[in-house]
Structure formats: structure tokens, C-alpha cells
Design a protein around this ligand. Structure first.
Ligand code: HEC
Length: 148
């Protein structure tokens, strides 16, 4: 059990988006103690992990030449899902979510003249662009989604 917890903590620090400097600010310590003792992923973190897993299956389908289905409506939750305590929704986040959703919809557009691979990579590059603005931790992992 202890090992599993340790692993979770490591994973959190590797892939989560916390900012260790921010964590040290005295006025935040009280609240963060609770959060960090028992890390509970935010609604947004859960959504992100789902989007990662889903896009991995899409990548594999495209590479294998299989049909991809429909735009996953669940992804629209990016506009409303609650973020971790230390994060705030701002204008940059809103505009990147919109661009990201548009790119996702385009991926499932049967009339598009752009290749499926390029449309998929476009989606992944938007994941990365948004992450570059405030949450750089998961970027190396997201890059693995790109179809070479
Ligand atoms: C509009 C900005 C934005 C877009 C687009 C975006 N992300 Fe994120 N991502 C975030 C933010 C902000 C967090 C931190 C969420 C939190 O801690 O509440 C995050 C967290 C994550 C995490 C870590 C979750 C965890 O367990 O802590 C992963 C993995 C991730 N994103 C993958 C992706 C993938 C894959 C895509 C594209 C399919 C994507 N993201 C698109 C902003 C974005």
C-alpha cells in the first residue's frame, strides 16, 4: 500500500501541473496540506487523462488504417470541468479550449481535404500549445501521441 502511494505521489509530481514554488507560499500552506496529503485528481485532470487515453486509441486506429468514430461529446466538458485548486480558468485557457475543440471536430469531419494524420497531429499540437502556457509537466507524454 505504501509503495502504491509512493508511486502515485511520484506520478503526480511527474505529470501533474502543480508548481512547487507556489506550493511554498505561506498563505496557501494550510489549504494545500489537505490537498497534498490525499491527492484527489480534479475533474479537469480526470478529463485530461480520459482525453489522453481516447486519443491514444484514435492514433492506433489511424495508424492501422481503421475508421474512427464520432467526435466524443464528453470532450466539451473542457469548457466547464473544475480545475485543481491552484489553477484558474483565464482567457488564454478559454481560447485554447475553443481551438482544441474546433480541431477535434475537424478530425471527425468526413468532408475535410486535409489528411486524417495531419488533422490528428493538429489536435495533439493544440494539446501541447495549451500546456505550454501553464502546465508543462505532461508535455513529453503528450508528444508521444503525435503520429510520426
Ligand atoms: C485549454 C488548455 C488545455 C488543452 C487544450 C489540453 N490540456 Fe491537458 N491540462 C490542462 C490543464 C490546465 C491541466 C491541469 C488540470 C488540473 O490540474 O486541474 C491539464 C492536465 C493534463 C494532464 C495531467 C492530468 C493529471 O493527472 O494531473 C494530462 C495527461 C493532459 N492534460 C493531457 C492532455 C491531452 C492529451 C490533451 C489533448 C488531447 C490536453 N491535455 C489538452 C490544459 C489543457
Amino acid at each position: 500500500m505504501k509503495q502504491i502511494l509512493g508511486l502515485l505521489v511520484i506520478l503526480f509530481f511527474m505529470f501533474g501541473c502543480n508548481n512547487s514554488e507556489e506550493k511554498m507560499l505561506p498563505e496557501k500552506v494550510e489549504k494545500q496540506d489537505i490537498v497534498y496529503d490525499m491527492y484527489e485528481p480534479s475533474e479537469m485532470a480526470n478529463l485530461m487523462n480520459q482525453m489522453y487515453a481516447y486519443n491514444l486509441t484514435i492514433k492506433n486506429a489511424i495508424v492501422a488504417g481503421e475508421d474512427i468514430e464520432e467526435f466524443p461529446l464528453d470532450f466539451l466538458k473542457i469548457h466547464s470541468a473544475e480545475l485543481s485548486d491552484f489553477k484558474k480558468r483565464n482567457l488564454t485557457f478559454e481560447s485554447f479550449s475553443k481551438l482544441f475543440i474546433d480541431a477535434e471536430k475537424e478530425l471527425y469531419n468526413p468532408d475535410s481535404e486535409i489528411s486524417e494524420t495531419d488533422r490528428f497531429n493538429n489536435v495533439v499540437n493544440l494539446c501541447i500549445s495549451c500546456h505550454q502556457t501553464e502546465c508543462t509537466g505532461p508535455i513529453p507524454r503528450i508528444k508521444k501521441l503525435l503520429i510520426q
